[in-house]
Design a protein around this ligand. Structure first.
Ligand SMILES: [Zn+2]
Length: 70
């Protein structure tokens, strides 16, 4: 059995399923996402958190600027 880059093996029934499929089309078992995607999701969460932090800091700076300097 050959597995190319676009297919993967179901961990339960060992049938060929598409890479990135969340559910096996043969046994309908849920397939965990590839590790690469998991890392990029983590990175996106980190980026979102970073931008939220920057935005919050900016709002606080503007708040104090208007309150105490003007
Ligand atoms: Zn399966």
């Amino acid at each position: 059995m050959t597995v190319d880059t676009k297919t993967s093996l179901c961990p339960l029934c060992k049938e060929i399923v598409a890479v990135g499929a969340s559910r096996c089309k043969h046994c309908h078992a849920e397939i965990s996402a590839p590790k690469k995607k998991f890392i990029s999701d983590k990175l996106n969460n980190f980026k979102a958190g970073f931008y939220a932090g920057v935005l919050l800091t900016l709002i606080l700076v503007l708040f104090f600027y208007y309150k105490f300097i003007l």
